[in-house]
Design a binder for this molecule. Structure first.
Ligand code: GDP
Length: 373
């Protein structure tokens, strides 16, 4: 699962991306690796994994991971080939979700491509490029399908696709994302094969200045005023999520190996958890992912599955044999495990359940699969 980090130049994407991939200081227990200069794998912080690892004194501990891609270079006019426009848009096409960084920090020394700091305008600039690119793609797909419809026997599937593309086209031409045209689960399913940029889930990240971040974290969101308020309202009106981060501070935290000094720094800025942890967790949610856990002395591990996955599918993550020969799953919810302190007491209190192949796995289920091949 990949997330693409996008935004105008000089909004703090690279600073954030570098902080993300450098947060891998061994002391922090966040292994990471950089596959290519602009691609990094980041492990998903999970206190349940930490607790179980400690409980079992596990020899190996494996967190869930997600991949971030720094997609630099998106500028006004990208859809018509400005800058390295189309190349960057094609990189966005390959990701599962978009993290859109928007600058709210003012700093005379750091040039803003449009002269001044105006987060809502900036979002609209980038959004318009994505929309224009999708209009082109939808146009081509409509032409192709229309031709197919003429040459083949009228196929109801093609008809459905064409109808949906036309509906999406209208939304795009009204400068709305394709996602706003989706009304049913079936439409979402059909639209997956269109590979449109504006169908992807988006998380907005406000890059807030080091002077403002303290009041941002210490206030409730409703106390926030000014351009940041305008930004939050704008994003919420679109039913999207936004988080606040200060890339500069994250960079500072990422460079600090000493856990105690990190904690002091965070306290100084009024932060409850690092912005990166917030970002990673929000991204995981954005992708519609949850984790189930396997736990024992040899290994404690979080396994990533999409929401709605049934037990055999979840088992298949570990090994295809587990799915093929699935018999049953023995499950204790993490909260019950924690409450009773160990698996024996959880069992005595009736909290270890046996589930079959139709069981939909929940976030935080600790599972032992029984299988036979
Ligand atoms: P990108 O073009 O979006 O990748 O932006 P960069 O990450 O390269 O950041 C552009 C400049 O802004 C760099 O000089 C950063 O040090 C600076 N910068 C990034 N984030 C912040 C921030 O939160 N506060 C301040 N004051 N400067 C920042």
């Amino acid at each position: 699962m990949k997330l693409g980090v996008v935004g105008l130049p000089n909004v703090g994407k690279s600073t954030l991306f570098n902080a993300l991939t450098r947060a891998g200081a061994p002391s922090a227990n966040y292994p990471f690796c950089t596959i290519e200069p602009n691609v990094g794998i980041v492990s998903v912080p999970d206190e349940r994994v930490d607790f179980l690892a400690d409980h079992y004194k596990a020899k190996s501990v494996v967190n869930a991971t997600i991949e971030f891609v720094d997609i630099a270079g998106l500028v006004k006019g990208a859809a018509s080939g400005e800058g390295l426009g189309n190349k960057f848009l094609s990189h966005i096409r390959e990701v599962d979700a978009i993290v859109h960084v928007v600058r709210t920090f003012a700093n005379q020394d750091i040039i803003h491509v449009d002269g001044d700091v105006n987060p809502v305008r900036d979002i609209n600039t980038i959004s318009l490029e994505l929309i224009l690119s999708d209009i082109e793609s939808v146009g081509k797909q409509i032409d192709k399908l229309s031709k197919q419809m003429k040459s083949q026997k009228a196929d109801s599937k093609l008809g459905e696709e064409l109808e949906l593309l036309q509906k999406i086209k209208i939304a795009l031409e009204n400068e709305k994302f394709a996602s706003t045209a989706m009304q049913t689960e079936k439409e979402r399913e059909i639209a997956r094969s269109f590979f449109l940029l504006t169908l992807k889930p988006v998380l907005y990240v406000a890059n807030i200045s080091e002077n403002e971040i303290n009041s941002f974290f210490s206030s409730t969101e409703s106390d926030v005023a000014g351009s940041l308020r305008e930004l939050i309202d704008f994003v919420h009106e679109q039913n999207n999520q936004i988080i606040g981060i200060c890339a500069k501070i994250e960079e500072e935290l990422g460079n600090e190996d000493d856990i105690e000094i990190r904690a002091e720094l965070m306290q100084m800025y009024g932060m409850h958890q690092s912005g990166l942890d917030t970002l990673i967790s929000a991204s995981y949610k954005l992708l519609g992912l949850i984790s189930y856990l396997t736990a024992g002395e040899a290994e404690v591990r979080a396994w990533t599955i999409p929401i709605g996955t049934k037990a055999p599918g979840a088992a298949g993550k570990i090994h295809t044999d587990f799915e093929r020969g699935f018999i049953r799953a023995e499950i204790v919810a993490y909260d019950d495990f924690k409450k009773y302190g160990n698996i024996i007491l959880a069992k005595e209190n009736g909290k270890v359940r046996v589930e079959g192949k139709d069981y939909v796995v929940k976030d935080g289920d600790i599972i032992h699969f029984r299988f036979n091949v």
